[in-house]
Structures are given as structure tokens and as C-alpha cells.
Design a protein around this ligand. Structure first.
Ligand code: NBP
Length: 486
């Protein structure tokens, strides 16, 4: 019910799926919510559909919308990332006053958020880039929220955001101030990168069970449902079991068999990898997952190659000499180990970003707010939280004593599965590259010494020695003597 007399505690701009669900979530917690959308039809439809379910104040112009907010005004933008978000921020800033707060809840690139916060600070507007995860359902019932921006804004926004956020099993709301300026959108970006890797490893496990062990989707659904009761307990495993049970009404086939196997992407996975490249963080699991989606969508190339490239001699499942039950369990372990690598790498990228941009992100607290509401919610985030709480400077999650013990139990099966996948000609890029990452991390010597020699050979790029301080160059095209340069 709208009323001219009251003012709204919060406003939502953008009434597509995310904005309308978020507005409904705020209203369901007893807040009065001003709502505005560029095209008025959406606002009208929103009021027709949901106007009676809460206290909404609809507006037809930005000025009217702003006039309906109590001070300091707080407006959350849920529109397309990029130019649309910039346009709305500027319209709001024009209509608002000093000290008002503009929150961008979309999937904005964190460097845009850094720029926008600076621009808004010059105009005495508080700007908060808040990563919001959980999709449509999360927005409506309780998302995980990752706000950056000034600490003062968090003080005024915190209680409002806590009221709509998901709640972890121990009662903690899944929202926390991540750090200054773009840190909220940065961690949301990495969250999405981890999500790409998590989805891909589940896909790889499915592929091995389906085409390696020859199981039907409904049987794999039961296996995933079982896995969901143990270490792999997570939203993504849970929904995959549901997906695999789904039968296409038109053909009677498992739905997964009639869906085109070309994965889409909107960009946050790609951003995570680009940023990782810029910071020199080896997020190989996320990178492979992004490339796996790109490869799946290269339909012309795939069509040209299907049945057309030599496979070499492949081993059938039976020739592997293990029982189906044993294979299933090894795939579970390989999935768990690869997933650990993906999360460890994602948290490494968060530490690197935090250092680069001076954000001081607490990784334990971040793991806390990913335990509910968001797409990567998983039981083992409790363990990640404990690991960073125990040692905030942990070099790699894989070195935490709990995960170290888990890995001792997983690594043999992981190696076996990578061998089996290769012998069967079934692609498992994240399983495989994560194992290579793991072995690289634990190796005493890497072939990088060869690379350093090559670089010195053709480009005089110099090298360091293991046995003495300094920088050295060998006269490769001369007498091959070594010079110490400093
Ligand atoms: P969309 O990303 O599809 O954006 C649609 C909204 O943007 C509409 O309200 C549209 O208004 C508005 N808009 C556009 Br387009 N250009 C505009 C402009 N120049 N000025 C004002 N408004 C403009 O909506 P969504 O899927 O609800 O997502 C909203 C945000 O949340 C996005 O940043 C998205 O990445 C993020 N997000 C989405 C999900 C998800 O699961 N979908 C999850 C997490 C985050 P109109 O009606 O007048 O065209």
C-alpha cells in the first residue's frame, strides 16, 4: 500500500528481476521501499503484482523517487552494469543532497566502482559498490551481500542490509563491510570466478560418471544427492541433482540430454581471470573453467573436429580394472580436491587484490558471509573460515592443517581419475590442471630454471642463482663465461 505521508527507508532503482525481488525482500522485513524504473510500465506492473504485499512508494521520475526517501537518503541501483549504471548514478546524484548514499548492487566491474566512488565523493555523495549473490531467489529471500565503500556508509546501511541478507546456520547475517571503494565488487567478481570453477568440476564429475562409468542421469542424480550429505554439501551439488532428475516433457528424455551443450557467460568469470593475469595470481582452475565455457560455445570448430581428430587408443571403463563403486568414490574425491584448489586460488586472488588496492580484506570474515545466500554456499566454507581465523596470513588454503589432512586422503584418487579421464579420452580440464597446479606448488624444482636460461640466452634477461646473491648473465654467444651484474 502506498501512501503520500510516509517516507521510505530505502529506494530501489531498476525493477527487472533482481531489483523487484530485492524491493520485495526489503518490504517483507517491514521497510517502506520507494521503487523506480526507467520505463514506467515496469513500475506499474510491479505495483499491480506486488503493491499489496508491502509498503511500496512508486515513482515515475528520479526526482519524485528521491523525494520519497528519508534522510540520509539511501537508494540501491539494480540495473544493467556499465553505461546504464553510470547514467542512473548521475541522475541520482543530481537529485540528491550531501551525505546521501547511492548503492550499486549490480555486477559492476570493481575498477568502475573505484572511479565512481571518487566521482561521488567529489560531489559529497556516499557511494557503495555492493556485490549481491544468490540470483533471483536470493534477492527475494536473502542474498549474500558484499558492500564496499566508506565505513560511515556501512554504519548507516549495515542494519538495513543485515535485515534482508541470508543468515548462516550459526545466526550470522551473510553481509559484512568488505573494505573501501571497489573491494565489495572485487570479492563478488572472485566469488563468481570460483562459481565458474565449482560448476565446471561438477560438470566434469558428471561427464566421467555418464560417459566413463556409463551411468544414467537419474542414477547420477542419486549419487550427487548422496555426495551432498558429506564434504561436498553445497547448493551447486544440490541443484545439479535436481537438474539430473528432470525429464523433458516433450521428448521424455533427461532434460540434460536435450539442452545444447554450449555454456554462456556474462563476464564476471572472464574479469576474474583478467585480474588474476594482471596481478600474477595463478587461478588456473577459474581460467580453465572460463575457457571450457568458451570452447563449449565454439560450435563450428567443435562440429568440424567431432569424429575427425584421432583419439589414439582409448581404454573402456571396464579395462580400467576397478569396480564402478570404486570409480564413483574416486571421482568424488577428485571433485573435492579440484574444488579445494579452485577456492584456494580464489582466496589467493582476494589477498593479492587486497594488497594491491590497500583494502585489508579479512578472508575469514568473507568466508563467513559466503556460507548462506550465495551461489557458492557450501558446508566447507566453515572450514575455510576456521582456517583463516586461525591464521589470517595463511599462505595457501591447501596448507591449512585440516585441508592438508583432507588432501592426503584425496590425492591418490585424484591422480587415478586424471589418468582414467585421459585414458578414456574424456576432457576434465579443471581436474587435470588443478592437479598440475598442486604438483607445481609442492615441487622442489620447477622447469622455470630452463625458462630463465632461455630468457638469458636470447634476451640477456639475467637470472639469479640458488647458491649466491646477485644477478647473473652468461655470455651465450661468446665464451659462455658468467658475469655477476650486481
Ligand atoms: P538487467 O541487468 O537485465 O537490467 C535491466 C534493468 O536495467 C531494467 O530495469 C532497465 O530499465 C534498466 N536499465 C537499462 Br538496461 N538501461 C538503463 C538506463 N540507461 N537507465 C536506467 N535504467 C536502465 O536486470 P537484472 O537481471 O535484474 O540485474 C540487475 C543487476 O544485478 C545487473 O547488474 C546484474 O548483473 C546484477 N545481478 C544479476 C543477477 C541475476 O541472477 N540476474 C545476480 C546478481 C547480480 P528498463 O526497464 O527501462 O529497460
Amino acid at each position: 500500500m502506498s501512501s503520500e505521508s510516509n517516507l521510505a527507508q530505502i529506494g530501489v532503482v531498476g525493477l527487472a528481476v533482481m531489483g523487484s525481488n530485492l524491493a520485495r525482500n526489503f518490504a517483507s522485513r517491514g521497510h517502506t521501499v520507494a521503487v523506480y524504473n526507467r520505463s514506467t510500465e515496469k513500475t506499474t506492473r510491479f505495483m499491480e503484482d506486488f503493491g499489496e504485499t508491502g509498503n511500496f512508494l512508486p515513482a515515475e521520475t528520479i526526482e519524485e523517487f528521491v523525494s520519497r526517501l528519508e534522510r540520509p537518503r539511501r537508494a540501491i541501483i539494480m540495473v544493467q552494469a556499465g553505461a546504464a549504471t553510470d547514467a542512473v548514478i548521475n541522475q541520482l546524484a543530481d537529485a540528491m543532497d550531501d551525505g546521501d548514499v547511492i548503492i550499486d548492487g549490480g555486477n559492476s566491474l570493481f575498477t568502475d566502482t573505484i572511479r565512481r566512488e571518487k566521482e561521488m565523493a567529489q560531489r559529497n555523495r556516499h557511494f557503495v559498490g555492493a556485490g549481491i549473490s544468490g540470483g533471483e531467489e536470493g534477492a527475494l529471500r536473502g542474498p549474500a551481500i558484499m558492500p564496499g565503500g566508506p565505513k560511515e556508509s556501512w554504519e548507516s546501511l549495515g542494519p538495513l542490509l543485515e535485515s534482508i541478507a541470508a543468515v548462516a546456520p550459526d545466526g550470522t547475517p551473510c553481509v559484512d563491510h568488505i573494505g573501501p571503494d571497489g573491494s565489495g565488487h572485487y570479492v563478488k567478481m572472485v566469488h563468481n570466478g570460483i562459481e565458474y570453477a565449482d560448476m565446471q568440476v561438477i560438470g566434469e564429475a558428471y561427464q566421467l560418471l555418464r560417459f566413463g562409468a556409463g551411468l544414467e542421469p537419474a542414477e547420477i542424480a542419486e549419487i550427487f544427492a548422496e555426495w551432498n550429505k558429506g564434504d561436498l554439501d553445497s547448493y551447486l551439488i544440490e541443484i545439479t541433482a535436481e537438474v539430473l532428475r528432470q525429464v523433458d516433457a516433450e521428448t521424455g528424455k533427461p532434460l540434460v540430454d536435450v539442452i545444447l551443450d554450449a555454456a554462456g557467460q556474462k563476464g564476471t568469470g572472464r574479469w576474474t581471470v583478467k585480474q588474476a593475469l594482471d596481478l600474477g595470481v595463478p587461478t588456473t582452475a577459474i581460467g580453465e573453467a572460463v575457457f571450457a565455457r568458451a570452447l563449449s560455445s565454439s560450435l563450428d570448430q567443435r562440429k568440424a573436429a567431432q569424429g575427425n581428430l584421432p583419439s589414439g587408443t582409448l581404454a573402456g571403463f571396464e579395462e580400467l580394472g576397478i569396480s564402478r563403486e570404486d570409480f564413483i568414490e574416486r571421482v568424488r574425491k577428485a571433485l573435492y580436491a579440484s574444488k579445494l584448489v579452485a577456492y584456494a586460488q580464489g582466496f589467493d586472488e582476494i589477498r593479492a587484490g587486497s594488497e594491491e588496492y590497500g583494502w585489508d580484506i579479512d578472508r575469514g570474515r568473507l568466508a563467513t558471509i559466503w556460507r548462506e545466500g550465495c551461489i557458492i554456499r557450501a558446508a566447507f566454507l566453515d572450514r575455510i573460515k576456521e582456517a583463516y581465523d586461525k591464521d589470517p596470513a595463511l599462505t595457501s588454503l591447501l596448507l591449512d592443517p585440516y585441508f592438508h589432512t583432507e588432501l592426503s586422503d584425496l590425492v591418490d584418487a585424484w591422480r587415478d581419475v586424471v589418468i582414467y579421464a585421459t585414458r578414456q579420452g574424456l576432457p576434465a580440464p579443471v581436474f587435470t590442471s588443478s592437479l598440475a597446479y598442486y604438483d607445481s606448488l609442492r615441487a622442489e624444482r620447477l622447469p622455470a630454471a630452463i625458462i630463465q636460461s632461455q630468457r638469458d640466452f636470447f634476451g640477456a634477461h639475467t637470472y639469479q642463482r640458488v647458491d649466491k646473491e646477485g644477478t647473473f648473465h652468461t655470455e651465450w654467444s661468446g665464451d659462455r663465461s658468467e658475469t655477476k651484474l650486481n
